[in-house]
Design a protein around this ligand. Structure first.
Ligand code: SAH
Ligand code: SF4
Length: 397
């Protein structure tokens, strides 16, 4: 796979400052940035629309591409801002076609350069991009590898949007590229859906996730419908109504347990917001119907939450909520305190749900060979880095 490195600094050397990026700004903030760069007020609206088009519709990575903007303005924009991409450290392709990229972010205010992973999962009828909202996670779900890594920081709106843009670059899927492609993918697009199911709890990074989803769904740019974006939360109850009103994407809830006792152990946040409160917030989520259901994610853990009694309790809990259930076979990681349920157990569990009228696809683990499955993100790259460090240390005198 190709690895590109686009540095955000201007070309005149290491000592140059890191410039602010125009990516990830709302339309209003983009106009304000143009004002700060002394674009005359009369032109600002038009310039803003031109920039929006180049950045989010054409996927431009440099101001020089913007041929309908005067040379002088392009020059002054490139002295004040950047629109490049973070560095792609590695790109991997699984034997099943799943792809994973490790991205190195620009330095934060303390100068640290963190990394996040994103995953692309091709299926017959769709292609799903799984993106991250935080580096690490403050929550400590006991079956999730990300949960064993402490939170490093929230991603900025730019870094969230950029994941979708990098995926479009990599799949060569900007509109003009698709038009020129003699062999378009089945269904016309590679990336048809985006899920916020990578690293982090999106509702603990509400404002940045909101801005990013506004940009990603803007009809004059990346133009991905909010019905094709799913935000997954471990159950931050107070933020769920706001998410419905202000973000407006589809919702997925990481339920995983059918009693507070079990869920307290798996998703410790349950002690703060127990199941009854969580489901009440789900019932009130705006715009629900049989065509717009909430997805309940349920990780299958051997001997922990996988009995027929659990399945029946689950059916009972979901009564009255337009819902579908995703049964996720547990994806193991080194040192994990759980095992995945037996296949027959998962099938029997699914059967109870199906008989009660719930579509409950068992999510086939994808990309396990490159550690790209749910809850495994970041781990492998950290391991590789640790190995590299060891090798470097033993090589040094
Ligand atoms: N923090 C959010 C979104 C990221 S996790 C949330 O928890 O919903 C995306 C999904 O993967 C969640 O349902 C999560 O519970 C699940 N998951 C985490 N670790 C897993 C593992 N090891 N095996 C299977 N699913 C896992
Ligand atoms: Fe965080 Fe979600 Fe993992 Fe829980 S499952 S630790 S909320 S990323």
């Amino acid at each position: 796979m190709t690895t590109t490195l686009i540095d955000r600094r201007p070309p005149d050397g290491d000592a140059a400052p890191w410039l602010p990026s125009l990516i990830g700004l709302s339309r209003a903030d983009l106009a304000a940035a143009l004002a700060a760069a002394h674009v005359p007020e009369k032109q600002r609206r038009m310039r803003m629309r031109q920039l929006w088009h180049w950045i989010y519709h054409r996927g431009a990575t440099s101001f020089t591409q913007m041929t309908d903007i005067s040379k002088d303005l392009r020059q002054s924009l490139s002295e004040a801002f950047v629109i490049g991409r973070p560095e792609i450290v590695t790109g991997q392709i699984s034997t099943d076609g799943t792809r994973k990229w490790l991205l190195r972010l620009a330095p934060d205010e303390r100068g640290a350069r963190h990394e996040v992973e994103m995953v692309y999962i091709p299926e017959e009828d769709r292609g799903t991009l799984c993106i991250s909202s935080q580096v690490g996670c403050t929550l400590t779900c006991t079956f999730c590898h990300t949960g064993t890594q402490r939170l490093v920081r929230n991603l900025t709106a730019e870094e969230i949007v950029m994941q979708v843009m990098i995926a479009r670059d990599q799949m060569e899927e900007w509109p003009h590229q698709i038009e020129a492609n003699p062999h378009p993918p089945a269904g016309g697009r590679f990336i048809t859906n985006v899920v916020l199911m990578g690293m982090g709890e999106p509702l603990y990074n509400f404002d940045n996730v909101k801005t990013a989803m506004e940009i990603v769904s803007d009809g004059e740019g990346i133009s991905l419908s909010k019905r094709r974006i799913t935000l997954s939360t471990s159950g931050v109850v107070p933020e769920i109504p706001r998410a419905g009103e202000e973000i407006g994407t589809m919702l997925a809830i990481s339920l995983h347990g059918t009693t507070d006792d079990i869920r307290d152990r798996l998703v410790p946040l349950n002690k703060k917001y127990p199941i009854a409160e969580l489901l009440a917030a789900c019932r009130a989520y705006p715009g629900l119907s049989n065509a717009r259901r909430i997805t309940f994610e349920y990780v299958m853990l051997k001997g922990v939450n996988d009995t027929l009694a659990d399945a029946k309790r689950l059916v009972h809990l979901l009564k009255g909520i337009p819902a579908k259930v995703n049964l996720i076979p547990f994806n193991p990681w080194p040192g994990a305190p759980y095992e995945c349920s037996e296949w027959e157990t998962i099938e029997a569990f699914a059967e109870v749900l199906n008989r009660a009228g719930y579509a409950s696809p068992v999510r086939t683990p994808r990309g396990r060979d490159i550690m790209a499955a749910c809850g495994q993100l970041k781990s492998e790259s950290q391991k590789i880095r640790a190995k590299e460090r060891l090798a470097a240390e033993s090589a040094s005198p």
